[in-house]
Every structure is written in C-alpha cells, then in structure tokens.
Design a protein around this ligand. Structure first.
Ligand code: HCA
Ligand code: CU
Length: 460
C-alpha cells in the first residue's frame, strides 16, 4: 500500500520567494494530518531558528503522521533534529560523481564513511533514519547500491531515491526502482521526484509499481524550481486509478487554497484536480454531452473533491447549455426565442472576451420582450482597503490574491490603498469574504461597493 510523505514545509518552502510563518506551518501540518498523510517532513532545523521552532511545535502536537526533520550529514544538524522532538531524521548526502567532485570534494569511499557515521550517530540518539541519496538518478548504479546498503547496515530503515533534477522517464524509472528493490537489504524505499519535465507524478507512480513504498509530495506541487508531485493529484490519482482509499480527499481543495494564500504562489486554472477549470466545460458538443450524462466528458465526479461542474456560456455554447442556464434562473423561453438568444450570445462572444450572467439575462429580456425579475447568482463587488502605515501594501496584496474569489487587485491612490474586484455567489458569501479580508494583518478598514453592471471598454 502506497505511503505519502508530504514535504510542503521543507521542499515546499524551497520554492523561490516562498516563506511560511511558524503559525502557518502549524496550521499546514494540522491540515495535512487531517488528510492522513503518513509522514510530514517539517523542515531542516539548521536553516533558521524559526524553522526549528516550527518543527518543535509540530512535533509536540501529537499528530498521527510521523514527523521528519531534514538534515545534512552533520552532527550539530542531527542534534538539532533530535532537540526538536522529530521522530525521524532524513539525512541527505549526494552520491553522483558531479556532486561528489564539484560540490562536496569527496571520494566515493569518503562519502560512504561520512554517510554511515552520521546515520549511526542519529541512531545513537534514538532517531529513526531515512537516508537520501541526493542526485541518485545520476549516480552510478553499482555505487548507489553500495552506499544504500551501507546506510541500511548503519541503521537507516528508509532510503529516499531522489530524482533531484527530474530527469527520469516512467519506463526507465520503473526499471531502476525494480533493480534497486532487488538489490537492497530490507528497507522502505521513498521516491522523491522533481518535476522538471512534468513527469514527476508519472515517474513516482511507475516507481510504486516497481516496488517502492512511498511518494514525496507538496501541496500545489511547490518546491525547488518546478517542484515535486502535487499532494491532491497524487492522492486522487491513486484513489481513482489504483484503488487506494486510505486518504481523506475532502480537505484537499481547502488546503490548496490555504497554501495559495500563505505562499502567494498561485496555481494555474488548468492545473489538474485543484485548478479552477478542472470541471469547467465550454464547447457546445462537450456541454451537450455533460448535460445528458456527465460521464461523457468528466473523468470522475467533481463531488469527490466537494466541487461542482461549471458550464461556460459564450460563443462556443450550444442551445442545450443556454437552455439549462435559463432554467436555472427560472426563465422560460420558446424554442424560437432560444434560437435567437443563442445567436445573440454568439455575436456578443465574438465582440468580447467574457460574457457575464447579467448579459445572458439582458439578452433574454431583449429577445422575449418580457421583464425578468432575476437576481444573478454572481455578485461582483469592489472592496477598497486602507492599509496600516507600517505595513507593506504588497504584503496585503499578496494575501488578497490568495482568495479564490478575488479576481483583480489594484494598488491605487486616494483615500484607500488597494481595490480588489471580487466575484461571489451571493450576499452571504460576500459578507463572509469581507469579514475574512478584515482579518488580514495590516488592513485598517474596508469599504465595499456592489457592482450593478459591468461593461467592457474598447480594449476589452
Ligand atoms: C535537495 C535535496 C532533496 C532531498 C530529497 C529527500 C532532493 O536537493 O534540495 O530528502 O528525499 O531533491 O534531492 O530535496
Ligand atoms: Cu527535492
């Protein structure tokens, strides 16, 4: 059965320009525990005092997950991991020729001695040990087997096979992991796959098939450069494609949104599983299929993630989708009227980038000549914020951009410092959003203006 080690707090914090506060890390660890990940890599305590404090606080929470501290092969580093109360230390030491020659200036024999000494030292402190061969996929395979078996003999019960540069392909990785499994003394094998070619999750899945035990993930695929497998993608792929049911899927959307908020690092709309468009359908043929039976164009039901499917209305839309949308509003139209409404929508779509709910209602009014007493689901509003003088405006902007319902943020002149364009389902949701905006550190006051109509200019 596959295991997951989530390293959002260690690898994830190695994402360019991303840093978490101690409180945020504690919150992230609790959220990860609610998903049921097997291990949480909480950080490398040698990095900074705050990283050490966060590990200590997380280790004292009594979470279900095993708490891992990362460390280079150094006794002070391992002492710090112990002092933080971690269950396990992940000791990493590179093994590829290029790393040994250019970075570490060690011979292969010296490397083995350093690795085994430090593993024995950590075991002496009562820590469980994972040994990570950094840059393992570019390491001479025979040497890798020697190093890992020496590490196991010294007391490591897990080996992390790290594709540090993300250079593997699934079929090659499968062969390698299979061979490693056969050649290693009894131990668990972790897979740490970087995503430089977009193959990280595919490689990791192939590696699990080949006999490895554990995949390293981060929320939103954070990490050095292009990151490592995304937690939600990994869990849902294993759940739906491999029948792994031990993880809790429902919190995944919330965790992803929380990480967007606290990292200021935003996922693309077309990101699998958690991306905004993952269950949004557009073309007439697709939406027609979806309305007849969602299985025609959905790999799985969005409710698995607590999500809803969405149908975009614009020039690609066919009659059935427009009819379904009008039905939702309680607007009845004849077949002939529907035909004209769709034509109008297509014309408008040719002139504009985006069509809003109010446009559809306007068109229905024009075409039928009947007044429509409909309140659109969508509410657009402008939230103006004044920021405390000692706080960077950009800090508040970053937090605001983390809200899924905030579509644009402007820094402005005048009485207010920031204006955010928000889009919510209803007045209650608007109220909740404003309440939450007011809790952002540094926000002095807000003023909200509801948008009654929105027009696009010539430049769209
Ligand atoms: C790094 C180290 C590491 C370690 C992975 C692990 C890698 O280069 O920052 O401990 O399993 O990618 O090799 O993240
Ligand atoms: Cu890494």
């Amino acid at each position: 059965m596959v295991e997951i080690l989530d390293t959002t707090l260690r690898e994830g914090e190695q994402t360019p320009y991303v840093n978490f506060t101690v409180d945020e890390k504690v919150q992230i660890a609790q959220m990860l525990d609610s998903v049921g990940v097997d291990m949480i890599e909480a950080g490398d305590p040698s990095v900074s005092p705050n990283v050490a404090t966060a590990i200590k606080r997380i280790a004292s929470l009594g979470l279900r997950a095993e708490i891992v501290a990362h460390s280079i092969a150094s006794c002070p580093g391992i002492d710090k991991a112990k002092a933080c109360g971690a269950d396990r230390v992940g000791i990493f030491y590179a093994t590829s020729k290029i790393h040994l020659d250019a970075k570490l200036h060690k011979t292969p024999e010296e490397a083995i001695a350093i690795i085994t000494e430090h593993i024995a030292y950590a075991r002496g402190l009562g820590l469980k040990v994972r040994y990570t061969s950094e840059d393992a996929t570019r390491t001479d395979f025979e040497f890798l087997v020697r190093v890992c078996n020496a590490a196991i003999k010294a007391g490591a019960d897990r080996i992390s096979y790290a594709d540090t540069l993300g250079i593997m392909q699934p079929h090659i990785f499968y062969e390698r992991v299979h061979a490693l499994r056969e050649r290693l003394l009894p131990c668990k094998i972790d897979l740490h796959c970087h995503d430089d070619y977009g193959l990280a999750l595919a490689n990791a899945m192939a590696g699990i098939r080949a006999g490895a035990d554990c995949i390293h993930t981060t929320v939103n695929g954070l990490g050095e450069r292009t990151g490592i497998p995304d937690l939600a993608e990994t869990i849902v792929a294993f759940h739906n494609l491999e029948g792994v049911e031990k993880y809790n899927i429902q919190p995944l959307m919330e965790i992803s949104a929380y990480l967007e908020k606290v990292s200021g690092f935003f996922i693309a709309p077309n990101k699998p599983i958690t991306g905004q468009n993952a269950f949004t359908h557009k073309s007439g043929i697709h939406t027609n299929g979806i309305l007849k039976d969602p299985r025609t164009y959905e790999p799985f039901d969005p409710s698995l993630l607590g999500r809803e499917r969405k149908i975009v209305i614009d020039k690609y839309t066919g009659k059935s989708a427009v009819k379904a949308r009008l039905d939702e509003y309680g607007i009845e139209v004849s077949a002939a009227e529907l035909e004209v409404i769709v034509t109008h929508i297509k014309n408008l779509g040719d002139q504009r980038k985006q069509i809003f709910e109010t446009d559809i209602i306007d068109i229905a009014e024009q075409v039928t000549g009947r007044e429509m007493d409909v309140i659109p689901h969508d509410i657009n509003a402008l939230v103006m914020l004044e920021v405390e003088s000692h706080v960077y405006t950009s800090m508040v902007v970053r937090r605001l951009r983390g809200f899924t319902n905030v579509s644009h943020v402007y820094e402005i002149t005048g009485d207010y410092d920031i204006s955010a364009f928000v889009n919510v389902e209803n007045v209650v949701a608007l109220n909740n959003l404003i309440e939450e905006v007011r809790t952002i550190k540094g926000v002095k006051r807000t003023e909200t203006r509801i948008v009654l109509k929105k027009y696009n200019g010539n430049g769209n």
